[in-house]
Every structure is written in C-alpha cells, then in structure tokens.
Design a protein. Structure first.
Length: 444
C-alpha cells in the first residue's frame, strides 16, 4: 500500500438508507470514476447526474457524481464523491466497480490521514474529525468543532514558537562558549519559560473536562438498599429503565445509561444496594458496586433522608475526588439527624430538587472555572504530550537557575519542543500515525 495509490470506500454508515456516499481519492481518481461512468462530463465542483455501469456495460445504479480537483479537496488530492441509492447491495456493487477499475479499498482513517499528509489539516484537526462524528452532546460537538477549526493546534504552536525563541538564545551561548549567560539574560529566559509553563498548565487544566466531553462522566449512583438509586436513575433518564420495588435488594447488577445533562454527557450507573448479605448473587452485586464506586468520576450517594442517619455506606473519599450527597425522599420530611448534612434535598416521587441536583452535578464536573468545554484538550494523547513538555520545561528552569551549562538547558528545551510538535504532528512518527488513524471508520 502506497500514498500514491488511488483509494475508494463507502463513506456513509452501514445499512439501508435513502442515499449512500462513496469516495475515491488519488491521482487517478477521475480516471477510475470515468471507467465506470455513463453521463455528462465531470466538471470540478459540479454535481453531475449519470449512471454507474459494470464490466458488461449494464447499469448498476443512477447516481450523482462530484469531482474535486486537488488540492481544493478534503484530502488535497483529486477526489470524486458518488451519491447512489442507499441499499446495502447496490452500494457494495458500486464500490466493487470502482475497485475493479483501479482503486484499492481504503484503510480506516486513510482519507483523513492523506488530508494531514497533504497539509490540509494538522494532527489535532485530524483527530477532531472523529470527535465531531462521535459527539454525544451539543457542548461536546462545539468543542470538537473548535478543535477541527484548529484552536488547539494554534495554542500548541504558539507555545512551541515562544519556546523556539528561548532555545535560539540558549544555543547562541552554546556557539560562543566564552560567553556566560548573564544574570539579567538568565532572568529574562526564565520568565519566558515560565510563560510557556503557564500556557501548558492552562491547557492541562482542561484535560479532564475534555475527557468527560468525549467519553462521558462515569457517574455512579450508590447507597444502601431502598434509598432510591433506581428511582433517581429513572428520574434523570425520564423513563422507567430500572425496576423499582419496596423489596430491598431488587437491583442485583449494574445498569448503565447515557444522558445529556446541560450539555455534559453522563454515563449513569445504577448499582446494587451496599449492605452485608448471605445471598451469593447479591454479594457479587455489592462487590461490583464497590468496584464501580472506586472507578467513578462522580459518586452520587443516595440516602433516605426521611429516616434517622446511620453509618454511611459510601464515604466521600471513595471513588475519586467528586462526591455528592443526595438527601432523597424529601417529600416525606427531613429527619432532624440530617439537618446539618451538606447535600441536595431531593424527591424522586415529586421531582422537587431536580434543578438543584442537576446544577450541582454540572458545577462539580466543571470545577471552579465552570464547564466551558470550548478549548478542551479532548484527547489523552495530547495530555501525555503536555505532561512531557511540562516536566521538560521544569527541568530546563531548574538547570538555568542553577547555572548549568547551556547544553543541558537546550536539551530540555528541545525535549519540550518535541512534545509540543508531537501534538500537532510536526514529528515524523509512523507508529504514532498508525495508532491514531486506525481508530477511524473506513471512508473517513
């Protein structure tokens, strides 16, 4: 397989629909399309009506074809997009004719990879393509679109360019070993490095929000039996998803659903009531509940606040850093023993406190600055690179403050620059590209 190959794939989802889209890209894209085409001339950027024929000259389907002359195309290469009827069989037959006439089947993500290789996108924009496709909420979609527009790439390259100026100064002293870095110059360089560190820290601060937007916040509903966990799940979902009963221990396994809460995707997990049990099945359910609490982003501890407060079955330090106490059954009256408890008063039966609860969840997930999600680092790879850059910058500052040789300072600065470059794809790392684009769907 070569970058010079002409590739083809079905770009629309699998299954039956009104229409389907196929893409052909490469230097021979037009020639391949014309071998199976019966209709008017394919003029750049005009949709032309015609038909696809097989090797015997018989019609396969009536289609619309649009030719995009490179570099004015998504991939930067000559590209033909064919819109045919959306049946599974007819779509596959159109693709088979394209492959028969000189194209090869595209690998997952190969169209977007070519767009990156041809300079149409930086690597952060290429990754954002799949984030746009998989976005579950409006806020997640806006964050992905901002990344697709190049917002993250611009931030990273601004930090890299600022660091390049510092490195140029340091390397000037390497070229002239008789010159030592003066205290004034050293202080100025330290200040510039500190500015880059601050910018890196600001981007890292959005990483958790980015992960939540992309994957959803794992929100575990935990508590004692009959506290109202399943009722709260149903209330948040707006439907009867979980069985609700007065019999303790009804929920024996975890139930997981995704909701959109104020633009934030929440992966709600209803769990078995936490208590000691002689029933083997219930004990396994309780063990699973404990594991869910330990791996949660947010634990909603549900208690029956109409009853006297007893020993808490979920402690705030369990399950990560975020914890919210939900004082359920507020419609029955709050028992005086809960009066001093810091939590949200709520009633699954009447819905009283729902707005307060959703606001509290959004505030917890968003942190002190609120859940903006617009410039979020929505990729774990970005976070890893930023952490590498941050450590290298810290080392460079330490070396410079200690009066180390410029060569050691330059080494750390180059390491930070490489980490920034890896985010936007300024490094030629074949393995890295393979991992990134292998996650894409075929045809994208």
């Amino acid at each position: 397989m070569s970058q010079s190959d002409t590739i083809a794939a079905i770009a629309s989802p699998a299954g039956t629909g009104a229409v389907a889209l196929l893409r052909v890209s490469g230097r021979d894209a037009l020639a391949v399309a014309q071998r199976v085409w019966r209709g008017g001339a394919l003029v750049p950027r005009y949709a032309v009506y015609g038909g696809i024929i097989n090797e015997a000259g018989r019609a396969v389907d009536s289609v619309l074809a649009t030719f995009f002359k490179g570099p004015a195309s998504f991939t930067g290469e000559d590209t033909v997009e064919i819109t045919c009827h959306g049946g599974v069989l007819v779509t596959q037959q159109v693709l088979e004719q394209l492959l028969r006439c000189g194209a090869r089947a595209a690998r997952p993500g190969e169209f977007t990879q070519r767009a990156w290789l041809n300079g149409k996108l930086d690597l952060t924009q290429a990754e954002a393509v799949m984030d746009v496709i998989s976005a579950q909420t409006g806020m997640a979609l806006r964050a992905a679109q901002r990344q697709l527009e190049g917002a993250i790439g611009r931030q990273v390259m601004a930090l890299r360019d600022a660091l390049l100026e510092v490195l140029a100064h340091v390397e000037a002293y390497i070229d002239f070993p008789e010159e030592d870095i003066s205290p004034d110059t050293g202080a100025e360089l330290l200040g510039r490095i500190a500015e880059v560190q601050d910018g890196t820290a600001r981007m890292l601060a959005t990483a958790d929000q980015g992960r939540i937007l992309r994957e959803g916040a794992r929100t575990v509903l935990a508590g004692a039996p009959n506290a109202g966990k399943s009722s709260l799940l149903n209330a948040l979902l707006g439907c009867e998803r979980a069985i609700v009963s007065d019999i303790a221990g009804t929920t024996r396994d975890t139930i997981e659903e995704v909701i959109n809460l104020k633009g934030i995707p929440l992966r709600l997990v209803d769990t078995a009531g936490l208590r000691e049990s002689q029933d083997a099945i219930e004990r396994e359910g309780v063990a699973r509940s404990r594991r869910m609490v330990e791996t949660a982003d947010l634990v909603l501890e549900i208690v029956d606040a109409s009853q006297p407060a007893g020993d808490r079955v979920v402690l705030p330090e369990e399950g990560g850093t975020m914890h919210l106490l939900v004082l359920n059954k507020a419609d029955l009256g709050l028992h005086f023993s809960w009066a001093a408890a810091e939590g949200v008063r709520f009633s699954c039966l009447t819905g009283v406190g729902m707005e307060t609860l959703t606001n509290a969840i959004a505030m917890l997930l968003g942190g002190a600055q609120g859940f903006t999600g617009m410039e979020a680092v929505v990729n774990a790879r970005h976070k890893t690179c930023l952490l590498l850059a941050s450590r290298a910058l810290e080392n460079a500052s330490t070396q410079l403050s200690a009066g180390a040789a410029p060569e050691f300072v330059a080494l750390d600065l180059r390491e930070a620059m490489d980490a920034f470059g890896e985010i936007s794809g300024r490094m030629d790392t074949e393995d890295l590209l393979g991992v990134i684009f292998s996650r894409f769907c075929i045809g994208k």
